[in-house]
Design a protein. Structure first.
Length: 399
């Protein structure tokens, strides 16, 4: 056990299998600033000496939960989101390069955006996420993270003309060469500070062989942020020591950061940074640590606040964590502090956490989502889960 931080990694994200690719990396300089096994709802107690994980009692106050399929026939949906203030539409990212719209419960045939000719898709690569500008309804700006046909990461800004025309590409905000075919990360999200955050994996292979996650001169294995409204600003490092932060989110009420960082040999982890601490730089520990376990016998790189995982689980329960949001919607209206949902791609298990006054509770839920790629919130704050098999589910009260 180490004091201070931890990281995690990813055996894979979408296939749970390590890939290899060509050697080398183009390094660009950037600014840095100083187990649940049952099929019924269960409560788990964990003895790890970090924040205490305790029994939450019987079922959630809002009642037991279930899944309702709301869309099917999609091509490898891996992310979904909605513009601030839009309660009618959910925008669904298909890995091969299209963004589809679920409007008033109906999946529209015409895509919102089609980048399939520019996207290299397969395994962990493809069109990976979408983020709407906080003022999207007035300025039409949105951002996508995708793997290009050469296998490299690009983050691009678009404007939706709002007239049925194809959105126009405005500028490329980030280009990162990828040395291997896995651990591309992929999440985009705006933080409570109004900055755009992007998560990048360690570049791939197994064990971070070039030690990129702890290398402050590399953009790989990092959490980066950018003020998109100031064209002259540079990407800034918010965190390092990440293996593959496939999905992270900000609590829409508190602004706290939650990261699901995919593990390698044995451990999957959830990391947490409280909103008041977001302005600093945080070291999540990979590849010195995998979860709370020592992975490589060497010191952590100095220069960041070390972060312990809030919770973790072993590969007896799954093999690739999918982080989600803090849900505060109608289903749990009497749990005023909300619950953070996360799950596992390989096993389809779903859990939720509450972090209340330093006391962490975990609940295992009775339903599973095969090939769980992402959770999502619509404009009303209601919760969805996506499966790579082409389905989108809404979390509902059990009948």
């Amino acid at each position: 056990m180490r004091l201070g931080t931890l990281g995690a990694g990813a055996v894979f994200l979408l296939l749970a299998a390590a890939c290899t690719g060509g050697p080398g990396e183009g390094v660009t300089e950037f600014v840095t600033t100083a187990a649940d096994t049952s099929e019924t709802t269960t409560e788990e107690t964990e003895t790890r000496p970090r924040l205490p994980l305790v029994d939450a009692g019987p079922a959630a106050q809002g009642g037991p939960l279930d899944l309702e399929r709301v869309a099917t026939g999609l091509s490898s949906p891996v992310h979904a989101t909605a513009p601030p203030g839009d309660e009618r539409r959910l925008y669904i990212v298909e890995q091969p390069g299209r963004i589809r719209v679920l409007e008033d419960g109906e999946l529209l045939e015409e895509p919102f955006l089609d980048l399939s000719s520019q996207v290299g898709s397969g395994n962990e690569r493809g069109l990976l996420s979408l983020a709407f500008h906080p003022s999207f309804l007035s300025n039409g700006l949105f951002y996508v993270n995708y793997t290009d046909t050469n296998g490299d990461t690009r983050v691009v800004e678009f404007r939706d003309p709002g007239s049925g025309e194809e959105p126009a590409q405005l500028r490329e905000l980030l280009y990162v060469p990828q040395p291997y075919a896995n651990h591309n990360g992929g999440q985009l999200a705006f933080g409570p500070d109004g900055l755009l955050y992007v998560g990048l994996g360690d570049g791939g292979s197994r064990g971070d062989p070039e030690n990129r996650a702890q290398d402050l001169s590399s953009r790989l294995g990092k959490l980066l942020r950018l003020d998109v409204d100031e064209p002259s600003t540079e990407w800034e490092m918010a965190g390092f020591g990440l293996r593959n932060p496939w999905r992270f989110s900000f609590d829409r009420i508190t602004g706290d950061l939650w990261i699901g960082d995919v593990g390698q040999n044995s451990m999957e982890e959830i990391d947490f940074v409280a909103a008041p601490d977001l302005g600093g730089v945080h070291n999540f520990g990979w590849n010195v640590f995998e979860g709370s376990e020592v992975f490589e016998d060497k010191p952590l790189t100095p220069g960041g606040t070390v972060v312990e995982p809030l919770t973790e689980y072993t590969h007896e329960l799954g093999c690739s964590v999918t982080g989600g949001p803090v849900y505060r919607g109608e289903l749990l209206r009497r749990e005023a502090w909300g619950r953070y949902f996360y799950g596992d791609y390989c096993s389809g298990r779903i859990w939720s956490l509450t972090n209340w006054d330093g006391e962490v509770t975990r609940r295992g839920h009775p339903f599973r989502v095969p090939q769980l790629t992402s959770f999502a919130e619509d404009g009303a704050g209601e919760l969805y889960a996506l499966s790579r098999d082409g389905s989108v589910y809404r979390v509902v009260k059990a009948k």
